[in-house]
Design a protein around this ligand. Structure first.
Ligand SMILES: Nc1ncnc2c1ncn2[C@@H]1O[C@H](COP(=O)(O)OP(=O)(O)OP(=O)(O)O)[C@@H](O)[C@H]1O
Length: 251
């Protein structure tokens, strides 16, 4: 197995708040790792330290053995860390295909100011990505008119255009209907396995987490309190105590 991401004792405080305290974990190629925890546990802070938005106070982040701690987000992205956002980041007036073409051009280091919406630029590659996420038939539609669940698939195609080694997904299914959530994460899981992409995702829907994660890590008040398979994490008394009443135990 290839370790894609290795996080070693990262820390971050905001004033007196110790948002993340000595958290360590790693992710293998093709693995879906869920990061869960109650509100304020430190999940977003963790994410932001992985993609360069926040510099850790201490600790190390390594991508394929390379130290990326404290690098700027753009450099981290160039090295192969993709991220999908809670708020979809597409250009609404452009078509689905054009949005993916822009992402492919950007990955290919072309200067966007020289770009005109010429249909030939990376069109085949864009269509291949759209086919992979089940959006080929909607390639000509403007992103602005898509159903929310379809927009999420386009967003996944856009993230894949950067050929990520690690994909960070911060609440990828927020705002989606329950059945659509499972479908999106099952699709992500298939693609991750097929392409050897490591996926780290946060998610509040425990049905999605337990169905789609290969492994789960649990944060509580900045500390990692549990790590393991979905079955092991579900059976962990400390995790049950943290989530009591939140639907985990019976979920
Ligand atoms: N920029 C900031 N300035 C001050 N405090 C912050 C900042 N960002 C996060 N915090 C604090 O750090 C702690 C962890 O927050 P974080 O957003 O990482 O948690 P979370 O697990 O992502 O929560 P949620 O599930 O609600 O999104 C919280 O106490 C939060 O108030």
């Amino acid at each position: 197995m290839t370790t894609i991401l290795d996080v070693e004792r990262i820390e971050k405080s905001f004033g007196g708040v110790r948002a993340v305290q000595g958290v360590s974990f790693s992710i293998e190629a093709g693995e879906m790792l869920a990061l869960i925890g109650p509100n304020g546990a430190g999940k977003s802070t963790c994410f932001n330290m992985l993609n360069g938005q926040l510099r850790p106070d201490a600790g190390r982040v390594r991508l394929l053995g390379q130290d990326i701690t404290g690098l700027a987000p753009r450099r981290v992205w160039r090295l192969g860390v993709g991220r999908t956002f809670q708020i979809t980041a597409t250009f609404g007036s452009m078509t689905v295909r054009e949005n993916v073409q822009v992402a492919l051009l950007s990955h290919a280091h072309r200067l966007l100011r020289f770009w005109r919406p010429a249909p030939e630029h990376f069109a085949d590659e864009a269509d291949a990505l759209l086919a992979r996420v089940g959006m080929a038939e909607q390639a000509e539609r403007a992103c602005g008119v898509l159903a929310y669940g379809d927009l999420k698939r386009v967003e996944l195609a856009i993230a894949l255009a950067n050929a990520p080694r690690l994909l960070l997904m911060d609440e990828p299914t927020a705002g989606m209907a329950p059945r659509e959530r499972v479908a999106l994460m099952a699709l992500t899981r298939d693609i991750a396995r097929e392409q050897g992409i490591a996926v780290l995702f946060t998610e509040h829907d425990m049905d999605v987490v337990f169905a789609q994660a290969d492994r789960i890590i649990v944060l509580d008040r900045g500390r990692l309190i549990a790590e393991g398979s979905p079955a092991a994490v579900r059976a962990n008394p400390e995790v049950q105590a943290v989530y009591l009443g939140a639907g985990l135990v019976h979920g």
